[in-house]
Structure formats: structure tokens, C-alpha cells
Ligand binder design. Structure first.
Ligand code: SF4
Length: 331
């Protein structure tokens, strides 16, 4: 049994006219100790998927279908109080903006100690010692002194290190990290990713890493789920997808990764933009941007099918449809 199982998740945002579907029929698993990357452009539904898992969908948004199970226990229909308890103890989170996770009115030490005390039976002194160890562990210089500083007294990169300490201080089994490095300088990004990976490896914590950056996935994840317009369009082992991406959208994302020895002029962007929630077209949602689209793609929505070592939602890899296309093209 996987640590996290998301089964046919659907998240809707009701409007006066109709419900907009932000996440549609998404199924994924995260094994204990694994790093699952979830990648896609802005609006793909990846952050909403993460928010649904930790019970933080902003109303009137709601989980409208499917199930989320953590360690075999269904968690999507728990009370707010029960979700909050799981969020602190079992599932940690790191967001793009560290200030959303830190209270400006309390020192970082107070915040760490309070979280540790809420989720363990340590004494206050022991909790402070643990907090200090964590700050040293995440690379805060002069931690014994900085433990009594307020969040605004840290740089962006240091603040994100504090948030990571806060996310791991209760010993969670899963961390949802949503664009944890996007707001940081490029030079700091790699340090934060390395830190997150090291802490999780040492503690056996799984990570669901949400990012728009395929380069971050390549550095970090074991498996990757590629999302487009609220659905997973490809999922598989990272090394397999890096070597031979299957879905045309994944191929487009791969072509946009800067690589050593490749001229920046060779970097290709995918033409067009992700459709907004009220504009998701019929058929394959990627068809207006896909260089391989054919007639069927505009009419029918492809489902995720195993295509060798990955699974992809694309008619090019659906034998019957693909034969039909070849047949038509040859006439
Ligand atoms: Fe392109 Fe068609 Fe595959 Fe969609 S189903 S990715 S439009 S070839």
C-alpha cells in the first residue's frame, strides 16, 4: 500500500453559470520515502491537487469527487480540525512564499517550539534544543543567536530554510512542497532542493514536489506526473521520461530545459498557452498546441494508458487510434 493514494480526484470551483473543473480524474500515488514530482505550467491543476491533499482548498472550491487516502485512511472527508491535525503531524508543507508559512509576530524559535510541543510530548527545554538542532541542520548560520530573530530579519533563502525546518519539525511522513524555490535566486534554488532531499532521505520522508520547472524535477524526483489542464497526461520514472518522453506536452517541457552544451537559442517554448478553466476545449485539451494533433484529438479525450515504461494520455500511443490515423493519412 502506498503512503499516499489519490484516486480519481476532482476539484471544482462553482461559479454562477457552472462549476469550473480545476482537477479532473487525477489518480496518483506516493510511496514512503519517494520523491514524486508534479510538473506543468501555471494553471495545470498541480497546486490545487496539493491543496486538496492537505485540505486547504479555498472555498467555494471543493473536492467534488474521488478519494484521498493517507496510510490507508481516507482523509478527504475529515473535519477541519482532524485535517489540521494531520497537516501538522503527518503531512508537512513548504510553499513558494515562506512568509505565508511564518507568523511575523513571533520569533522563528517560538514558532518551531510551539509546533514541536503541539505534536510531541517533549518538554519546553527539549523542544527548544530540538528547534536549535533543526535550524543548524537546515544551514542557518549562528543558529543559537538567530533562533530568537523574527522572520523579517532573514533573507528569502534563509526564510525558506526556516520553513523547511518548520515543515520537518514534527517528523511528518510526507511533505508537499509547492514551488519551494521559485521565489529564490537561482544560486539559492539548488541549495534548497539539496537540503530538502537530504532531510527527507535522512528521515525517510516522502516528498510531493510541485513545480513548473522540469529542470528541478530532473534534479530531484524519482517519478514524475505531468499535468495539463487539470489532468495527468504522463506519469513514470523520471529517468525514463528524461530519456524518452512520450506525450507531446512532456516533450515540449523537456525541450525547454537548459542543458550543459546546449545553446540557449536552441531552447524551444511550447507555442500558445494553457487554456483557462472556462476555456478547456473538447477532445484532448492540448490539441490546439500539439504539433501532432489529428482529427480525433479534437473530438475525443484520450485516457491515460501504459505505453511501455510510462503511461500517457495521447492517441499517438493508442494503437487502434493511431492505426486509424495512419490509414486516413495514407488515403
Ligand atoms: Fe497531441 Fe492528439 Fe496526443 Fe493530444 S491526443 S497530445 S492532440 S496527438
Amino acid at each position: 500500500m502506498a503512503l499516499l493514494e489519490v484516486d480519481r480526484l476532482r476539484v471544482e470551483f462553482p461559479t454562477r453559470r457552472r462549476a469550473l473543473v480545476a482537477v479532473d480524474d487525477v489518480s496518483l500515488t506516493v510511496e514512503a520515502g519517494e520523491v514524486l514530482g508534479v510538473v506543468g505550467e501555471s494553471g495545470a491543476g498541480k497546486s490545487v491537487t496539493g491543496a486538496a491533499i492537505i485540505g486547504l482548498i479555498e472555498p467555494p472550491g471543493r473536492v467534488a469527487g474521488g478519494e484521498i487516502r493517507f496510510d490507508g485512511r481516507r482523509i478527504d472527508h475529515l473535519s477541519d480540525e482532524e485535517k489540521r491535525r494531520i497537516r501538522g503531524k503527518e503531512i508537512g508543507s513548504v510553499f513558494q512564499d515562506p512568509l505565508t508559512s511564518l507568523n511575523p509576530l513571533f520569533t522563528v524559535g517560538q514558532q518551531l517550539v510551539e509546533t514541536i510541543l503541539a505534536h510531541s510530548d517533549r518538554s519546553a527545554d527539549d523542544a527548544r534544543r530540538h528547534a536549535l538542532r533543526l535550524l543548524e541542520d537546515v544551514g542557518i548560520p549562528a543558529a543559537a543567536h538567530r533562533i530568537d530573530s523574527y522572520p523579517h530579519e532573514f533573507s528569502g533563502g534563509m526564510r525558506q530554510r526556516v520553513v523547511i525546518a518548520l515543515a520537518v519539525c514534527a517528523g511528518p511522513r510526507l511533505i508537499i512542497a509547492d514551488e519551494p524555490t521559485t521565489a529564490l535566486d537561482v544560486s539559492i534554488q539548488a541549495q534548497i532542493i539539496t537540503l530538502l532531499k537530504r532531510l527527507c532521505r535522512e528521515q525517510g520522508t516522502a516528498i510531493m514536489l510541485i513545480t513548473h520547472d522540469m529542470g528541478v524535477i530532473a534534479e530531484t524526483a524519482d517519478r514524475v506526473a505531468v499535468m495539463y489542464a487539470g489532468r495527468i497526461v504522463e506519469v513514470g520514472q523520471v529517468r525514463q521520461i528524461l530519456r524518452a518522453p512520450t506525450h507531446p506536452y512532456t516533450t515540449g517541457l523537456m525541450d525547454s530545459i537548459p542543458r550543459l552544451g546546449r545553446d540557449d537559442a536552441d531552447l524551444a517554448q511550447i507555442d500558445g498557452a494553457m487554456p483557462r478553466l472556462h476555456e478547456i476545449p473538447d477532445g484532448c485539451a492540448f490539441h490546439s498546441r500539439c504539433p501532432h494533433a489529428f482529427d480525433l484529438c479534437r473530438r475525443r479525450r484520450p485516457v491515460l494508458r501504459t505505453t511501455g515504461e510510462t503511461a500517457a494520455a495521447c492517441f499517438l500511443f493508442d494503437q487502434e487510434r493511431s492505426d486509424d490515423r495512419r490509414h486516413r493519412n495514407s488515403r
